[in-house]
Design a binder for this molecule. Sequence first.
Ligand SMILES: *Cc1c(COP(=O)(O)O)cnc(C)c1O
Length: 385
Amino acid sequence: MRFSTKAIHMGEEPESMQHGDVVSPIHLSTTFAKRSIKEVEEGYVYSRSGNPTRDSLERKLAALENAKYGLAFSSGLAAESTILLALLRKGDHVVAFDDLYGGTKRLFNQVMERFGIEFTYVDAREPENVRGAIKENTRMVWLETPTNPLLKLADIKAIAEIAHERGLIVVVDNTFASPYFQNPLDLGADIVLHSVTKYLGGHSDVVGGAVMVNDDEIYEGLKFHQNAVGAILSPFDSWLVMRGIKTLAVRMERHEKNAMKIARYLEEHPLVERVYYPGLPSHPQHGLAKRQMCGFGGMLSFELKGGLEEAVRFVESLEIFALAESLGGVESLIELPAIMTHASVPKEERENVGIKDSLIRVSVGIEDAEDLIEDLERGFEAVRA
Ligand SMILES: *Cc1c(COP(=O)(O)O)cnc(C)c1O
């Protein structure tokens, strides 16, 4: 079965439904009655440990990443926390990409470090930098590709080979590409995770996280900790995510088409210094993007000529793009990483990774591209004025 078909049908097979429902019902019951003592350990027992609606979603999630298992959590960060708690212990070391989602860095540095887990950040665009940071106590390599907000790429296959020589677990945050454009497990990663809040949910109305894996032992550890820690996705939110996933393929096609048009428009614009979009031949890792992704997604960033003041004037004058954090919904969003999503990163560190004050990040929605471009033109007029 191919992607679009799986996205619609997997996990919601009518024969697995009590009444032949074509859409998974929302099972709100927290507990499940048994007919006899003999059955008390069979089937569903309590909704934290297992729920029919969440199960449907988890089967669908697995199918999207060609994985054996899927797990749904109450947020992307809840999924990340569970991965770390399940697989690491005091004294372990993780090598991570230096351009991670801000909340991931906060979880690593301000929470996990307190429990004696160590992190080293490297520019993972160069796989040898990952090799160079591996120590005696390294257990895990943590990647995000493409990264936020500079759309840097890590070569998943090359890094997985380096990590596996040393028996390390490779985790890939695949939120930006979505499973429609990139499947890290097929490239050698051991664990793939998503903030389903973004493209999988797709409508900016549900916060959730997902983890997909093939390895039985890793899965057993994650499943135990999903229940033991308890950060599960609710039945209603599970249903919303399933509803979102059914249109993932058509949404991603349009996100990408619009993003490509906008990237080209921006690249030609005299008031733009630089555009970051993996689909542009000018992107320094365009070749890698073509190799490991089957599309380039809907996220892009650009540097405006001028500074923060011009960037503020630009984003404040738009009418269709909402000035907002987050990404991956049907509606276009725009934001200034230096003072919004990445404000918690110290200025010096921001500049080291390449985030300038005039950088503008765009989550391109699925509206009409011509309307979006006219809106951006409004922004440039405000800058010129
Ligand atoms: C949003 C995001 C997260 C965190 O997910 P939440 O659902 O907000 O907890 C993690 N990684 C990336 C790349 C994200 O964009």
